[in-house]
Design a protein around this ligand. Structure first.
Ligand SMILES: Nc1ncnc2c1ncn2[C@@H]1O[C@H](COP(=O)(O)OP(=O)(O)OP(=O)(O)O)[C@@H](O)[C@H]1O
Ligand SMILES: [Mg+2]
Length: 282
């Protein structure tokens, strides 16, 4: 039997009414995506390109105008689709008077996680997100990055199969961001699927199996990081594993013939900026 994908999005469109006017804004425009299980998938795009709206619709939190979504084979409109999902929203709201530990307990019980499992996971997760010394402090006194970290722990409390993380590194310092990236990679090793929205492109490039780049609600590119960052220039070649001596000889020979030797791939960041500029011009 073929297992359904972690997330399936078909011909999704979402129009919002612009407040105070009769105009409509198309936030997502005929988007189709498939996110395979046990993969790390990056959803990228400039501000306002429709990433969070897509995520909210996929999670059944916002109604689509057209199209359909499924999570682990269950239609997103069915609350059962969210049972095995952990979600870190882009602007999480937490009860300020709870301590980090209490907050994890509270969200765990809201998600019907057993009290034994909650007890077992709290210390583990506080340590995983670097809050082991702040678990007994009230969340109201947490810094921005600390709130992001407790939000991530909250998403992981039920040990879900699918993690949907909308900018998990926003406001997190570089060391913390690197720790979150390695946590995401570990989740994949445990067999989980991660859908990640992030503006940290170098990090996305290093952790994601596939990425989709959105622009004004539309899908601009989709594929593996390697396939998207490959240069299309047919006159360039790539040779891996050459020794320094061989590289020097090749360089000398190529230069003699008027050619140049350089790294053949571009970064995901270069591709992103190129697409964003092109799309702005339309
Ligand atoms: N509830 C809403 N009502 C009206 N318009 C909305 C609503 N939610 C989103 N939008 C609009 O839809 C568009 C897409 O927003 P969305 O939050 O999905 O973008 P995003 O790609 O997540 O951006 P960012 O990188 O800034 O988080 C924006 O123009 C936004 O103003
Ligand atoms: Mg967003």
């Amino acid at each position: 039997m073929v297992m359904p994908p972690a997330i399936g999005i078909k011909c999704l469109t979402k129009d919002f009414r612009v407040s105070g006017s009769k105009k409509w804004l198309r936030a997502v425009d005929n988007l189709s995506l498939q996110i395979e299980r046990n993969s790390i998938y990056g959803l990228l795009g400039p501000n306002g390109s429709g990433k969070s709206t897509t995520i909210k619709i996929a999670l059944g939190l916002v109604q689509p105008s057209l199209g359909s979504c499924e999570i682990l084979g269950v239609p997103s409109s069915n609350p059962a689709a969210r049972i095995n999902v952990g979600y870190l929203p882009e602007a999480p709201y937490f009860q300020r008077f709870l301590t980090g530990r209490e907050l994890l307990r509270y969200f765990g019980s809201l998600s019907h996680v057993s009290s034994t499992m909650i007890r077992e996971r709290i210390d583990y997760l506080l340590e995983k997100v670097g809050l082991e010394d702040a678990g007994d402090r009230r969340v109201g006194g947490y810094s921005k990055g600390m709130l992001q970290r407790i939000g991530l722990a909250q998403a992981l409390i039920g040990d879900p199969e699918l993690l949907v993380l909308d900018e998990p590194t926003a406001g997190v310092d570089p060391v913390g961001a690197a720790e979150i990236a390695s946590l995401i990679v570990d989740l994949k090793k445990e067999g989980k699927t991660v859908l990640l929205c992030s503006h940290l492109l170098s990090q996305v490039e290093s952790v994601c199996d596939r990425v989709a780049i959105m622009g004004r609600g539309r899908l601009l590119r989709e594929g593996t990081v390697a396939s998207l960052t490959k240069r299309k220039d047919p006159s360039s070649i790539r040779i891996d594993g050459v020794s320094d001596t061989l590289k020097q000889s090749i360089e000398t020979m190529v230069k003699e013939h008027g050619g140049t030797v350089s790294s053949p791939s571009r970064s995901l960041e270069e591709l992103f900026l190129e697409l964003a500029r092109e799309n702005e011009g339309k």
